[in-house]
Structures are given as C-alpha cells and as structure tokens.
Design a protein around this ligand. Structure first.
Ligand code: ASP
Length: 330
C-alpha cells in the first residue's frame, strides 16, 4: 500500500475509533432472566380485537411474529376501520393504497409500500421477509409479487369510503391535507413467552394523500423497529414527522442506553417538537415495550390511545401527551 493510501486508511480508522466511545457501543443493560412477562400492545381502539387474536397465539406459547401478523389482519379485514386495509380512505384520486411492514426477533424484516388491491398487506410484507432477499417492494412490483404468492386482487374501496372521498373532493378542492384527524394506523408490538419481540404496522396512510405518497408505516426505523436485545416501538400519526427523526429507531436506541419505554417515547416526541416548528398542527403517537414487558406511550396531542393485553388481562389506555390544550379536538 502506498504511503498516501496508508495515511488515509489510518486517519479514517483513527477518526472512527475516536468518534465511537466504548460506552456507546456497550450492549443493552437488560439481562434476560428467562422469566418473561409476555405482552401485546397495539395503537388505537381497533387494537383491542387485534390484540385478542395475537394474545391467543402468545398465551398458547406461539411466536410473537405470528401473533403480530395474525392480529393485525383483523383491522385490515374490517371495512369499518377506515384507516387500514379494506375500507381504508383513498388518496386524493380515489385509490386505496396500502403500506405495511413486519419485523421479527432476528432482525429480519419485510415491507410493502404503495400496494393496491390486496386486503392483507401485512401478509405480503411477511412474504417479502420470508421468501425474498429484499426488505421492501413497492407499487406494481408489490402487487405482482402478491399475486404470484396467491393473494387475491380485490376492490378495496368500499361504498362508504367512496362516498366520503366524493364529498371531500367537493369541499377541499383536491388539496392533500395533513391534519390531526384521519390517521389511525395500527402498529402492534409483542413479547412472547420465550422472550422474543416482534412487531407489525399497517395502514392506508393519510386520507386524501397525493397518489404515490408513502408514509412512515412501511419504513423500518420509522413506523416500526424491533431489536430483540432491547425492545420494540411503533408509531402512528403524521408519517412525514416520524420519518424525519427516524422515530422508532431512536426510541429503541434510547432504551438500549437505559431509558424506560415511557421516557424514550417522551424524548422522541420532544425531538419532533424541537425540530419541527409546526408540531402543534398535527398528531404523532409512539408506543414502545422493552424486554422486561414494560410499556410506554406518548403523543403530541390528546387523544392517542392504545390497547394492551398481558397475563393480568386486557385494557385500553389513554397515552399522556405533550400539549395540554389541543389546537383542535381530536
Ligand atoms: N402514520 C400513517 C402515515 O403517515 C398515518 C396513520 O398513523 O394513520 O401514513
């Protein structure tokens, strides 16, 4: 190696070594005890029936990855849930376009973005994870992939959603809007009896979005992140705001550094409020669990809730929030 190349190599190595202190690369503080407290949590009210299915799998000794996939299919299949799967509100051109991702305890992940005509994007995301060397497939490629795997092509725009879209086009003049309402993604994260964490996230995205718009929900590290050494986190609300801070990735990293799930969710919302001056005009909610089965949740606005199921039973919980007075009622 000539001396200049050697010099550059040494400088590069020296800089990297100096920049990363041993403290920062230390392993998580959590020492798995073998005595795990299984838990499943999901965003919003539609998390409750989703959790029922997931908990049945987990309490029977099943795997968290199967629990989150099967659980999340419940709101995807429910036409009365207008923010997920079949029955989701369309984009501003009247197309239902779906985003989803899934991540398991080994750090494997799969996602689909801008997928049309398939009722269960979460299962297509799982196939991306299990059957391809990729982590995300989008648009027509995702549809073709789904059809090749035996998924059925369907019309996902229900008469009710169509009516609401037609009404919107009259009132709103074709402007995509981001507001506090109209976004209720389901994100589900779970810890099973073997102490393994997994998560899944699925959405029809912001109602009346621009055609082709993809939010945070299919993006690993934004809408969902799982690290089996530490914990898992999921997000809901304005996807653009979550993407800008790599929301769930930083929550899991903060837990690795010793923060509780609650502290980590609060710090991530604080980060948004410090970096995005319009934060009072939209909603973001984060939900996190750690390896000990502890749960945290926090949002910008009042109104974010989540469903929880563990060995003590199931319940709905209102998340604490940053703004005490809402700019609008959520
Ligand atoms: N996070 C989703 C998105 O931006 C919206 C939601 O939470 O419903 O697409």
């Amino acid at each position: 190696m000539n001396s200049r190349r050697k010099f550059i190599k040494n400088v590069a190595f020296g800089t990297a070594a100096a920049a990363i202190s041993p403290k920062l690369i230390a392993k998580s503080n959590f020492k798995p005890t073998g005595n795990f407290k299984p838990v499943v949590v999901s965003t919003w009210n539609h998390g409750l029936p989703a959790n029922d299915v997931a908990w049945k799998i987990i309490s029977g000794g099943g795997k968290a990855i199967d629990a989150v996939e099967k659980g999340i299919m419940i709101p995807e299949n429910d036409p009365s849930v207008t923010s997920v799967g079949y029955g989701g509100l369309p984009d501003r051109d009247g197309n239902v376009t779906l985003d989803a991702c899934i991540m398991d305890e080994k750090g494997n992940c799969g996602a689909v973005a801008f997928l049309q005509h398939i009722k269960n994007p979460i299962s297509v995301a799982r196939k991306v994870m299990d059957d391809t060397p990729h982590t995300m497939i989008s648009g027509k490629g995702a549809l073709d992939f789904a059809l090749s795997k035996g998924f059925k092509k369907e019309n996902l725009l229900t008469p009710e959603a169509k009516k609401r879209w037609e009404q919107w086009t009259k009132e709103k003049n074709y402007e995509p809007i981001i507001n506090i309402e109209n976004h209720d993604t389901i994100g589900m994260i779970a810890l099973d009896k073997n102490g393994n964490l997994s998560g899944a996230c699925t959405t029809s995205g912001l109602a009346w979005k621009m055609h082709g718009r993809v939010g945070d929900s299919p993006i690993i590290g934004a809408g969902l992140f799982v690290d089996n050494e530490v914990g898992a986190a999921t997000a809901t609300g304005k996807g653009e705001a979550v993407v800008k801070i790599a929301g769930t990735a930083i929550i899991v990293e903060m837990m690795r550094m010793g923060k509780s799930p609650q502290e980590a969710c609060e710090l991530a919302i604080k980060r948004i409020s410090e970096k995005q001056s319009d934060y009072k005009d939209f909603q973001v909610g984060f939900l996190a669990i750690n390896k000990k089965g502890e749960v945290g949740a926090y949002s910008i606005q009042k109104g974010f809730n989540y469903a929880m199921h563990n060995e003590d039973g199931k319940n709905m919980n209102d998340a604490p929030h940053l703004l005490q007075t809402n700019v609008r009622t959520y």
